[in-house]
Write a protein that binds this ligand. Sequence first.
Ligand SMILES: Nc1ncnc2c1ncn2[C@@H]1O[C@H](COP(=O)(O)OP(=O)(O)OP(=O)(O)O)[C@@H](O)[C@H]1O
Length: 313
Amino acid sequence: MIKARALARRFDTPAGPVEAVRGVDLDIAAGELVGFLGPNGAGKTTTLRMLTTLLRPTQGSAVVAGCDLRADPVGVRRRIGYVAQGGGTGPDYPVDTELRMQARFYGLPPAQAASRAAELAEWFDLTDLMALPTAALSGGQRRRLDLAMGLVHRPAVLFLDEPTAGLDPHSRANLWERIRDLRADLGTTVFLTTHYLDEADVLCDRVLVIDQGRIVAQGSPDDLKRQVSGDTVVLTSAQAAAAAEVAGRLPGAHQVSVADTAVRFHVPAGDTALPTLLRELDQAEVELTSVQVHRPTLDDVFRALTGRSLGQD
Ligand SMILES: Nc1ncnc2c1ncn2[C@@H]1O[C@H](COP(=O)(O)OP(=O)(O)OP(=O)(O)O)[C@@H](O)[C@H]1O
């Protein structure tokens, strides 16, 4: 459904050229729910804007929903839905009008536009809000309207740029459910960008990790986490340096780091390393305040690949 080869985009700025995307290959099958995960400035939005025809690639090619990006951008636009960050509706129009105008924009006659608006409102739980101006919607309601607007013309592929940015946890979970339903009920291919680890982990079948304009890893969240061998142990102690020394002597312990009172390190299996660690610390007369064992997260995957953390908002 999406195939890209060596897709690249350079911006020429007064400060010099910025290589925002440096040769991205994508192969996304129909019905997949794929997350594009990366830190701020990694190149996610630039890639999305190229795939949705809003920005011309400086190099490379792509076929989206059966249409070539360069040769047939209008065909691509007809077959895709795009929900940008922050949406794009006028604040004074009622929800109902927004939906109907969008449907009319995509060529539906008035009666069909009205029934499509009603259908989408029901799907996204907006029926009771149809008379409200969009400015009166909460953040979560607003994002549901944005999704509905992106779907009026029944696109085969839906592109979502940071769909849950700024939402509270309840609204995020609600939106994830709608996105999953979309795929399950309509078979829509969904390609979304995110810098939320939990979103990529919980929602997506497959995650592409992008950093500095290049894809550095891809796979299902579980596959990616399996690539990071072992568990992370985080302990806190007023004698952190002494604790780190003891931890570093455990079989297979590596990447031991100390930050203030916290000591962090990796071991092949946290649950079996813990009894030995506690015994050794006791013998060395090092007192602990707390100890936690973590299974690998997507952030650990990112750290292992780049040496940096994805960071969280
Ligand atoms: N129009 C532009 N002109 C110059 N540089 C740009 C432009 N658009 C993006 N960039 C730069 O390209 C790089 C990638 O930006 P992009 O917006 O694609 O990242 P992102 O991964 O979507 O980040 P975020 O999570 O912050 O939205 C950044 O260094 C950014 O500053």
